[in-house]
Write a protein that binds this ligand. Structure first.
Ligand SMILES: *Cc1c(COP(=O)(O)O)cnc(C)c1O
Length: 427
C-alpha cells in the first residue's frame, strides 16, 4: 500500500482501548483504505467488505463520482444553516422526492434523527389532524426493532443492553410482535389514540429477520382502515439493498419514481432514509411524505444545523444517481439469488449452519449454537483471516451484506471463502 503509515494494527487497537469509550466491540482489524467492494488494513492486507458499514456503502467504497461531488462541493460551499437558502438543497429535494414518489422531504443527518423526525411529525399529525387528545398520541412499534440510539428510540427497544438504566424512558409507544398483522389490527381496534405504526420492512439488526411477503401490504391496509400512518424505516433496507429500490417495493424493480410500481409496492405514509442515501460518504438522512402529513411542521418547530447542508445534499444526489446509472438494485437482486442458492446448497450438508434468509444482498445465516456462544464470532475471525469482513449480530447470526457494486465472479469467490471457513467449524 502507498500509505506513509508505518504503524501496525496493534498500535491503533491500543490507542482506542486506552482513550476510547467502550461503546463498541469491533472485530480486531484496522482499516486504512477502501475501494469498491474491497478494504485494506494498515498492514496492506486486502478484504472483501461483507458489512458495507451496515448497508451505508451500497455504492461501494470511495465511489469516484460521489467523491468528485464531495471534493467539488467541499471547496465551494459546505454549510449555510437553514437560516438562509443554498443553491443545492432545492434541486436535491426535487430529485429525491421524484425518485421516491413523494411530495416533500425533510433533511436531517443521521438515521436516528430521521426516526425522531418521523415520530414528531406523526405525533403532531395525530394531535392536529386525526384529533387525538393533546399529549395522548401513541405509536405502535415491533418487538426486536432497531431504530437508533437516542433516548426516545431506545425507550421502545426490546434489547436490554440498549435500554436498561437509560431511563426514565419516553412513553407513547406500544410494542407488538413483528410480522403479526392480527396483533396490529387488534391494538389499533382497541386504541383510538394511535397515530402511527413504525416498522422496518426487514429487521436488519435483529438478524435480517424477513417477514412474510405480504406483511407490509397487510399492515398498510390495517393502518388505512384505522386512519393510522404507516412509517417505514428503510434506513438499512432502502436504496437498492434488498434487490428493489425500497424493501416496500416488493418485486418491483423499476428504480424510478413510484408511478410505475407493480402491485407489490406498498406506499408508506412516511419514509425514513439514511445510510446509503449518501453512499456512506457523509451523514445524510431524510423523511419523505406528502404535503398533508409533512406540513404539520411549520417554521421553528423542527430543524438541524447541518440538515440539508449543500455538501451533504450534493453528495446524496450523486449517490442516488449512481444506484440508477449502475443498475445496482438489479445487481443486488441477481446476486442475492445466487448467494442464497449457494448457501442453501451448503446448508443441506451442514450441521453448523441452520438457515440462510434475506432479500437481495441483505442476508444472514443462523449458526447452530446459542446466542451466548462464541461460534459466530470465531467464524468471523476466521473469515477475516481469509480476507472477508463480516460481523455477528445477536451472537449466533452473521449478516452478509456486501456493497452492491460486487460482480458475480467476486460473489462466487466470496461464497468459496465463506463455505470453506464454515467447513472448518463442522463437527
Ligand atoms: C442504522 C439504523 C438506524 C440508525 O441510524 P444511525 O445513522 O446509526 O443513527 C435506524 N434504523 C435502522 C433500521 C437502521 O439500520
Amino acid at each position: 500500500m502507498e500509505s506513509v503509515n508505518h504503524k501496525n494494527s496493534n498500535y491503533y487497537l491500543d490507542l482506542e482501548k486506552q482513550h476510547g469509550a467502550k461503546d463498541y466491540h469491533p472485530l480486531p482489524v484496522v482499516l486504512a483504505k477502501g475501494e469498491g467492494v474491497y478494504l485494506w488494513d494498515v498492514e496492506g492486507k486486502k478484504y472483501y467488505d461483507f458489512l458495507s458499514a451496515y448497508s451505508a456503502v451500497n455504492q461501494g467504497h470511495c465511489h469516484p463520482k460521489i467523491i468528485d461531488t464531495l471534493k467539488n462541493q467541499a471547496s465551494t460551499l459546505t454549510l449555510t444553516s437553514r437560516a438562509f437558502h443554498n443553491n443545492r438543497l432545492g434541486e436535491y429535494m426535487e430529485y429525491t422526492t421524484d425518485y421516491f414518489g413523494f411530495e416533500s422531504l425533510l433533511p436531517m443527518n443521521t438515521g436516528a434523527e430521521g426516526v425522531e423526525t418521523a415520530i414528531k411529525i406523526t405525533r403532531k399529525w395525530g394531535h392536529t389532524v386525526k384529533g387525538i387528545p393533546e399529549g395522548q398520541a401513541q405509536i405502535v412499534v415491533c418487538d426486536n426493532n432497531f431504530h437508533g440510539r437516542t433516548t426516545t428510540i431506545i425507550s421502545f427497544s426490546s434489547d436490554a443492553g440498549s435500554k436498561d438504566h437509560f431511563g426514565p424512558h419516553t412513553g407513547g409507544f406500544i410494542n407488538i410482535p413483528y410480522n403479526d398483522v392480527e396483533a396490529l389490527d387488534k391494538v389499533l381496534q382497541e386504541n383510538p389514540n394511535i397515530a402511527g405504526f413504525l416498522v422496518e420492512p426487514i429487521q436488519g439488526e435483529a438478524g435480517v429477520y424477513t417477514p412474510d411477503d405480504d406483511f407490509i401490504a397487510k399492515a398498510k391496509a390495517v393502518c388505512k382502515k384505522h386512519n393510522v400512518l404507516l412509517i417505514a424505516d428503510e434506513i438499512q433496507t432502502g436504496i437498492g439493498r434488498t434487490g428493489a429500490l425500497l424493501a416496500v417495493c416488493g418485486n418491483c424493480t423499476c428504480e424510478s419514481n413510484c408511478e410505475k410500481q407493480e402491485a407489490t409496492y406498498v406506499r408508506p405514509d412516511l419514509l425514513i432514509l439514511g445510510k446509503a442515501l449518501s453512499g456512506g460518504v457523509y451523514p445524510v438522512s431524510a423523511v419523505l411524505a406528502d404535503r398533508a402529513i409533512m406540513d404539520v411542521i411549520q417554521p421553528g418547530q423542527h430543524g438541524s444545523t447541518f440538515g440539508g447542508n449543500p455538501l451533504g445534499v450534493s453528495v446524496a444526489k450523486t449517490a442516488l444517481g449512481v444506484i440508477r446509472e449502475e443498475k445496482l438494485t438489479q445487481n443486488a437482486r441477481k446476486l442475492g439469488k445466487i448467494f442464497r442458492a449457494k448457501m442453501t446448497e451448503y446448508i443441506l450438508g451442514s450441521s453448523i449452519v441452520n438457515l440462510v434468509r434475506g432479500r437481495g444482498l441483505l442476508n444472514a445465516i443462523l449458526i447452530n449454537d446459542t446466542e451466548e456462544s462464541k461460534t459466530a464470532w470465531n467464524i468471523c475471525l476466521r473469515l477475516r483471516d481469509q480476507g472477508l469482513l463480516a460481523k455477528p449480530t445477536h451472537g449466533n447470526i452473521i449478516r452478509f451484506a456486501p456493497p452492491l457494486v460486487m460482480t458475480e465472479e467476486q460473489l462466487l469467490d466470496c461464497v468459496e471463502i465463506i463455505t470453506s471457513v464454515l467447513q472448518e467449524f463442522e463437527p
